[in-house]
Design a protein around this ligand. Structure first.
Ligand code: FE2
Ligand code: FE2
Length: 264
């Protein structure tokens, strides 16, 4: 048939091990013990409503990003990554479902989307990425942030289903993280020095936006659930910087935090 090509997978072992793990670790939000939510502290509830609202945007964005990136994987003939990304899309859909379920259980409405221009800015910064690699880097940064946030949320409550849900999110995000590491271990060697520098700055811009939100409008809500906003923001910055170093994304000339400020 004209135009049809069969792509033989490269069978990069790491990707298949990861896909096996993704299959074995599937779980359902609906199967968590929601009858055992228990007593909810009103202050914690207020904090969580404010903190989870932008994450609704973020998880839905992740779901959408997978959908946008999948045809790109196929175009590149990267069948190994394509396979893993299908599992990732299901994970992101589950995260969105889970957060919506928490709002339902807390009998709460998310903060209106119009109040979350910052999050839409973050989504824009990811999706305007000039290439598959840049998107994936943006997504990995969001996964790093999400990992720190979900670990904080998990530790902040005794509610069994909510704890279990965040534990499930963390398992999923760990796999996404691994996927990015496998991908960049393979690809980053081919990046030009300009690309490396650009990726570094892109990462810092993205982290800067999160940092600003957490130490700004979300600071009180983080304190409501017993977290220290500056500590948490610092952890995120350090994790992203460490990951960028590992990939050899070399810092560009000039202070990237200044670049981040200039971008706002
Ligand atoms: Fe997610
Ligand atoms: Fe993710």
């Amino acid at each position: 048939m004209e135009g049809f090509r069969h792509f033989q997978p490269a069978w990069d072992d790491g990707f298949y091990r990861l896909f096996t793990k993704a299959g074995a670790e599937q779980w359902s939000v609906g199967n968590l013990p929601w009858a055992e939510v228990g007593a909810i502290d009103p202050d914690w509830r207020d904090g969580m409503i404010a903190l989870l609202s932008p994450l609704l945007v973020s998880e839905r964005g992740a779901m959408q990003a997978c959908g946008t990136m999948l045809p790109q994987c196929r175009e590149r003939g990267d069948a190994d990554a394509e396979l893993v990304m299908h599992a990732m899309m299901l994970d992101e859909a589950r995260h969105w479902e889970g957060l919506n379920r928490v709002f339902l259980e807390l009998k709460a409405e998310p903060t209106p989307l119009s109040e979350w221009k910052e999050m839409l800015g973050v989504n824009y910064l990811i999706m305007r990425g000039a290439s598959f690699d840049q998107w994936l880097w943006g997504i990995q940064i969001c996964d790093i942030m999400a990992g720190h946030l979900y670990a904080t949320f998990k530790a902040s409550t005794d509610s069994k289903p909510i704890q279990e849900m965040f534990a499930g999110f963390l398992r999923d995000e760990k796999r996404h993280h691994r996927f990015c590491q496998l991908f960049f271990a393979r690809e980053a060697a081919n990046f030009t020095p300009e690309q490396r520098a650009r990726w570094r700055v892109h990462g810092r811009k993205l982290v800067g936006k999160f940092e600003k939100m957490m130490c700004g409008r979300l600071a009180d809500d983080l304190r409501r659930i017993g977290a220290d906003p500056h500590d948490l923001a610092e952890k995120m910055v350090v994790s992203v910087e460490r990951q960028a170093d590992q990939y050899g994304f070399i810092a560009a000339v000039g202070d990237a935090r200044a670049a981040s400020a200039a971008d706002d």
